[in-house]
Ligand binder design. Structure first.
Ligand code: SF4
Length: 507
């Protein structure tokens, strides 16, 4: 199901909302008859969809006055609405949407974000220009010739570039969305761009591509703590495989490479500024940039900060909060499984070999279809085992990450392995080198109905890494999942590597 978006239902013209300082009405291009028979708008595939409409403070007041629960807004000063599960069981609905009648219950008071649709305001891919486009998810627009679209776009662009609307956009920059490649660009909005960039940092944001791998890895290698025991997040692949969930971009701030992710709630830094030298200037610039983009959203933060940078950031007045740590093991422990502490995993490996005689082999990109099919089997096994909602959501998200790792295996510099039983792949794993002595296991899938398949591929993979020089194995954090934490503790971590999030002090 494609992402879905808010509506422009029912009428041709929208009356001006008295409390909004925008003088003229905005013409609706989609007629009400079309909207009433369409099942795209106001519905969202995920609860945190970035397409949920944004309401300004005035619009929140109006919506609440029209009967919407105030709890639907995380911040009364402006927020994307919190959606509710669709009673049909498929996806989520805007709480103002009545699925029985396909009407918006606050139609006369719906926000600017909804009134614009199917036109969309967005930044270009490098975040240097604001564009007006139309969303190809709207079926009515897809069938419309270009002349009426152009004509309506002209009126809409004029309306958007009026002083009153510009002031709203300057106050609520989140009304201008991130670049979407399924939005057809109609024209740049020079006045909006200029207004939004007034007094702002002149930063060129670059979309993260596979070509940036060596640039990012070199910057990581120069950063504090890189030669010691790095976090799993201190690698290119760790982030790149999540591009189906987050849009990554980077910028050079004071000679440091700063990596940002665009989430449904705004942008945040997924790593501290990378490179050599003091962090004060790049960190201050990065927070300013995030504030400019996010307004007051609490998403503004710097994640995956290693212990090595904490003292400097605390001394500069930032708030440092501990997150789930990475699990770090002595490679020799996991490779040999010697002693009483490892009796259970050792027994599981022995049983697997006795009963299935599995063969451990390097991953070959031709194994991808079989691995993905095993991933689907494994997901079903986990669902049957009764995972909680958080675990299910993680599992759903993980599908894209596994697909990306298995596809871009070579470009990402991953090491992979499979276990075959009678020719069929029953387990696979992928990992990468964080530095010369630390190997990170990035993902692992094993047939849960085959006892010992998981412990066996894990031991063999760690053995291979130890034989190639690894002293330490990092298996990332436990995502707050008790079952995963138990499994990680089962192998006796030598250390838990602290991982911090850094925010600005409250003003
Ligand atoms: S506010 Fe109304 S028009 Fe906007 S998404 Fe919700 S139901 Fe649809």
């Amino acid at each position: 199901m494609p992402p879905q978006r808010m509506t422009s239902p029912f009428v041709q013209a929208t009356p001006a909302i008295p409390s909004r300082p925008v003088g003229q009405s905005l013409l609706q291009i989609v007629p009400s008859t079309a909207c009433l028979h369409c099942d795209v708008c106001c519905r969202f595939p995920e609860s945190d969809s970035f397409l949920r409409p944004f309401f300004t403070a005035d619009e929140i007041r109006l919506a609440v006055g029209a009967g919407l629960a105030p709890e639907r807004f995380s911040d009364v000063e402006g927020a994307q609405i919190e959606v509710v599960p669709n009673p049909s069981g498929e996806g989520y609905l805007c709480p103002a949407f009545d699925p029985a009648t396909s009407h918006c219950r606050i139609y006369d008071r719906r926000p600017l974000d909804c009134r614009l649709y199917p036109f969309a305001l967005m930044w270009d891919a490098s975040h240097t220009q604001v564009l007006l486009g139309w969303d190809t998810k709207c079926p009515y627009m897809r069938d419309l010739p270009s002349a009426p679209i152009e004509q309506a776009a002209e009126g809409t662009a004029r309306w958007i570039e009026e002083d009153a609307t510009l002031e709203i956009l300057a106050r609520y920059p989140r009304l201008v969305g991130r670049f979407q490649d399924d939005v057809i660009v109609l024209r740049p909005l020079a006045r909006v761009t200029e207004r939004l960039q007034q007094g702002r940092l002149p930063v060129r944001m670059q979309p993260l591509t596979i070509e940036d791998r060596h640039r990012l890895e070199s910057a990581l290698a120069e950063s504090p703590g890189a030669q010691e025991l790095p976090l799993a997040a201190a690698s290119f692949a760790f982030h790149y495989i999540w591009r189906h969930r987050l849009t990554y971009s980077w910028a050079d701030l004071h000679g440091h490479l700063c990596l940002f992710a665009d989430s449904p709630d705004g942008i945040f830094m997924v790593l501290p500024p990378l490179g050599t030298g003091p962090l004060a200037e790049p960190v201050a610039a990065a927070f300013r940039l995030m504030r400019e983009r996010n307004g007051s959203s609490s998403v503004t933060r710097m994640a995956n900060v290693p212990e090595a940078s904490v003292a400097e950031l605390r001394a500069a007045g930032y708030v440092v909060t501990a997150q789930e740590p990475d699990y770090l093991y002595a490679a020799a422990d996991l490779a040999d499984l010697v002693g009483d502490a490892y009796r259970s995993p050792r027994a599981a490996c022995n049983r697997f070999l006795r009963e299935h005689d599995g063969v451990f082999e390097p991953y070959d990109p031709r194994d991808r279809p079989a691995c993905l099919s095993l991933f689907r089997e494994w997901s079903e096994q986990k669902q049957r085992a009764g995972e909680d909602d958080w675990a299910k959501a993680l599992l759903e998200d993980a599908t894209g990450a596994h697909e990306a790792a298995l596809s871009a295996y070579d470009e990402l510099g991953l090491t992979g392995a499979v276990v075959r039983v009678q020719g069929r792949i029953r387990a696979y794993t992928m990992g990468l080198w964080l530095n010369q002595s630390v190997f990170c296991v990035l993902l692992e899938v094993a047939d849960r109905d085959m006892v010992g398949a998981g412990p066996f591929i894990f031991r063999e993979f760690c053995r291979q890494a130890r034989n190639k020089g690894a002293c330490w194995i990092n298996t990332m954090d436990d995502s707050g999942l008790p079952s995963l934490a138990r499994a990680k503790h089962w192998y006796r971590p030598a250390r838990l590597l602290p991982n911090y999030t850094v925010t600005e002090p409250r003003r």
